[in-house]
Structures are given as structure tokens and as C-alpha cells.
Design a protein. Structure first.
Length: 461
């Protein structure tokens, strides 16, 4: 029989669990999984009970059944809505979400397919490399943050923002830094320091919005111009957009977009630089991508070592710890070998990505190891081009179902071009072979920043 109770979990106070969840979420989740199994309940201060799911079958059920496990209500309970605005795509539901998502997807798709923007990504990466300190260790993550934020501001605001781009970059960096205290993430999006820093970012967006309302869209294709001056049916369905709504979209795209991309770039480079040597095939793919400024130059994506390396890094290090969902009615869940429960309405049910991505289904003995070959084997199972088993695996680097991240359409190609350019143009040596995962604002990042030593330019033969 189903038990009308929640799965087991830690019995310490919500305050203690909140501290562990905030400051060392990976250790907290792993220890709970080891003690209670692949489904357990945690209780955080000021939030509904959270059932964390590390069972692949149950996770797929949660992600693919939005009528039973709803996203917007769950995300509104988190700090994301408070920090990035109540019009952020993640916290929208129903018709509002259905109207906005296709517009954002088209903006991202158009940007990824624009050869001028792809060349810009490559050239900005080369310029960033030229600014690396020579023979002086530095944190690669910070460089990747600055690079990805610069690229993201081009997508959001276009090539000629009214306020100098560097001022926006510095303002966003400062805002995200206010979520840290003593090197640790906090969960205080309403803290005075954060609100003051966010207001400075809003002022920059307000100036851009006022300018675009005056000048109109013209031939611009950046996100702000598209939203202010719609030309397609999907864009027009959004209706009149307030300044508050527009700046929520700008803030969400720049902050969520740049930090997640920078995190994936940092972890991917960390793992690749740990290798004793890079394969000839991988370097050839990088050469082709850089020469053409086109992510498709890797050839068959399912057989690409470069793409497999990126996806293996995303598997080991999903940027966000959880996919948040909430029960819309009394709902039965089941984990084989552990039990079943009848959850009441209003309980958060959250696939735990770190645990799912390292589940034994990825390998009984090596699921914690960086092995791009496992991705290649899954994509071409048994040498059969149609035997792609990746779609059956618990891999949710970009979310899943109809709530998957629209940013994937741009960030995926962007990451390929940046990694290819770094490996082709920069001689980098990793300073430490081990990195713990640390929470920073909305992302799970390398604690020491993926520190590297740059010894000069690598010339492509």
C-alpha cells in the first residue's frame, strides 16, 4: 500500500538543513542519498518540504508530467524568482510561459545561426586569450565569466549599447558577487547589498529600453529590440510590455546565461587540461571550428570528441543542482526497492541532477570519472548510427520536457566555439588537479576557479 507520508530524510532542524544546502549542497545531497536512498525529503527554512529524486525512472516521470509536477509554482518558492524578477521565464506558467518561450528560442536560434555572431564569439575569445597574464597563474573561471557576459550582452542589447558595455559587465559581476559571503553562497536575494547592486543594473537596462522605444527596431535582431518592436506573430502575442517586464528579461538572460555558460566552460577546460594529451581527432575538430567559426565544422555531432567532452563535463557538473517541480494534486511516487508514497498537493519534487548524472547507470565503477568515450559509445551504441542511447539516460544539463532551457540553442554552439578556440590558441597548464564543487549564486562552480598558467599563444599549423 502507498504510505500517505513523505520519503525519509534528515531530522535536523530546517535551519541546519538550510545551512548545509546553501554552503555544501553536493555533500548534503550525497550524504542523504547514502543514508536514505534515491528518494529523500529535506526541509528548508521558509519553504515547503522538498522531495529530492536520484532515481532515473522517477526523475523522468517528474520531468515529463507537467500536469502533475508543475514548474512555475516550484520556482516561485526558490530564490530565483526573487533575484531575477517575477517575469523570468522559469517562474512563468501557463499561457504566459507558452507565449514567451518560443520567442526566446527563436532569438537564441537566430543568434547561433548568424555567421557574424559566431565570428564574434571566436574573435572575442582570441582577444580574451591575448589578455591572459603570461606565466602568472589566474582563475580561468573569472575570464570565462567576463567573456561569456560580454557575448551575452551582444545578444541581449546588440553591438552599440547606449551605456558602455564594460560598465554593464562590471555591474552584473558586482551584483552576483553580493550573493557570496565569506566565499560561500547565500540565499538572501532581498539582502540590501544585492538589491542595491541590482538597482544599478536596472538603471543601465532602463536607459537601453528608453532608447529603443524612441528609435524603434530598424534592422536590429538583439533581444531587447525584438521584444520592444515585434514583427512576427509569436512576438506580437506578447502584447504591450512594461519596462519592469523588459528589464526582468534582460536581467535573466544576461545573469542566468553568462554564469551558466562560464561554469560549463570552466569545468570542461578543467577536465580536458587534466588529460596527459589531447587526441589528434579532438585537435583537428577544434582547428576546423576555429577556421570556420562554425560549431558544425566538427562533422557528425554524434561522433565528435569535442562535443562528447563538453557533454561529459556537463554530466559530471550540471550547472544547477535541482530541477524544481511541485505537486498539483495528491500524487503517488515510487522507487523500486525503496517504497512508494502518496504525496499531498504542494510538495516540491526535485530531480537532483548531481546525483542523477553520477548514478550507477552511467557505469557501476566509473560514473564519477571523466570519460568522453562513454558519451560516444552511448550515441553510437554497438556501432549502429541509429542506436543513440543518450536519450534514454538521466541527462538533464539543459533541463527537460517542455520546460527545457531555450538558452541551449545559443549556448551549446557558443561553448563549442569557445572551447575549440581556447585549445587551439592558448598553451594552458592546470595548476591543481583536484577541484571541489562550490555553490556560487545560481551555479555549481569550481571552488578554486580552475586556476591555470598561460605560457603563450599556440599557433595553429
Amino acid at each position: 500500500m502507498s504510505r500517505t507520508a513523505l520519503p525519509p530524510g534528515p531530522t535536523s532542524s530546517p535551519l541546519d538543513q538550510t545551512r548545509r544546502f546553501t554552503y555544501d549542497i553536493v555533500e548534503f545531497m550525497e550524504s542523504c542519498r547514502d543514508l536514505y536512498g534515491d528518494c529523500f525529503t529535506i526541509r528548508l527554512s521558509g519553504m515547503p518540504p522538498m522531495v529530492l529524486v536520484a532515481d532515473p525512472k522517477l526523475a523522468r516521470t517528474v520531468i515529463t508530467n507537467p500536469d502533475l509536477f508543475e514548474a512555475s509554482a516550484a520556482n516561485k518558492e526558490t530564490m530565483v524568482g526573487e533575484a531575477l524578477g517575477r517575469s523570468f521565464l522559469m517562474v512563468l506558467g501557463g499561457e504566459e510561459h507558452a507565449k514567451l518561450q518560443p520567442v526566446l528560442k527563436q532569438i537564441q536560434k537566430n543568434s547561433a545561426e548568424d555567421p557574424v555572431i559566431r565570428e564574434q564569439i571566436r574573435d572575442l575569445t582570441i582577444r580574451r586569450i591575448e589578455g591572459f597574464p603570461l606565466d602568472d597563474p589566474f582563475k580561468l573561471r573569472y575570464e570565462m565569466q567576463t567573456l561569456s557576459l560580454e557575448i551575452m550582452t551582444h545578444i541581449a542589447l546588440g553591438p552599440d549599447p547606449v551605456v558602455p558595455r564594460q560598465l554593464l559587465i562590471e555591474a552584473v559581476h558586482h551584483m552576483v558577487d553580493t550573493t557570496q559571503f565569506g566565499g560561500k553562497a547565500t540565499m538572501l536575494p532581498n539582502a540590501p547589498a544585492f538589491l542595491a547592486a541590482r538597482e544599478e543594473v536596472y538603471k543601465i537596462y532602463d536607459a537601453e529600453i528608453s532608447r529603443r522605444r524612441r528609435e524603434g527596431r530598424g534592422d536590429r535582431t538583439d533581444m531587447l529590440s525584438v521584444l520592444i518592436d515585434p514583427t512576427t506573430d509569436d512576438e506580437r502575442r506578447l502584447g504591450h510590455l512594461s519596462t519592469d517586464w523588459l528589464r526582468d528579461q534582460m536581467l535573466a538572460m544576461t545573469v542566468a546565461g553568462y554564469d551558466t555558460t562560464a561554469t560549463t566552460l570552466s569545468w570542461t577546460m578543467f577536465h580536458l587540461l587534466r588529460q596527459s594529451c589531447l587526441s589528434t581527432k579532438l585537435l583537428a575538430e577544434c582547428h576546423a571550428v576555429v577556421e570556420s567559426a562554425d560549431h558544425k565544422a566538427v562533422g557528425n555531432a554524434r561522433q565528435s570528441e569535442l562535443i562528447a567532452s563538453i557533454e561529459e563535463a556537463e554530466r559530471l557538473h550540471p550547472v544547477t543542482p535541482l530541477i524544481n517541480r511541485m505537486t498539483t494534486e495528491m500524487t503517488k511516487i515510487e522507487v523500486q526497492g525503496q517504497g512508494n508514497w502518496l504525496l499531498p498537493k504542494g510538495v516540491m519534487v526535485c530531480p537532483a541532477l548531481h546525483l542523477l548524472h553520477r548514478h550507477e547507470v552511467w557505469g557501476e565503477k566509473d560514473s564519477n570519472d571523466f570519460k568522453p568515450s562513454r558519451i560516444l559509445e552511448l550515441k553510437c551504441h554497438g556501432g549502429n548510427a541509429k542506436g543513440n542511447r543518450m536519450k534514454d539516460m538521466p541527462f538533464y544539463a539543459w533541463g527537460g520536457g517542455r520546460r527545457s532551457c531555450p538558452g541551449q540553442l545559443f549556448a551549446g554552439p557558443e561553448i563549442v566555439i569557445i572551447i575549440a578556440t581556447l585549445l587551439s590558441h592558448a598553451n594552458l597548464t592546470l595548476m591543481r588537479r583536484e577541484e571541489k564543487t562550490q555553490r556560487r549564486a545560481f551555479a555549481l562552480v569550481p571552488e578554486k576557479g580552475a586556476e591555470v598558467l598561460y605560457t603563450g599563444r599556440r599557433i595553429i599549423a
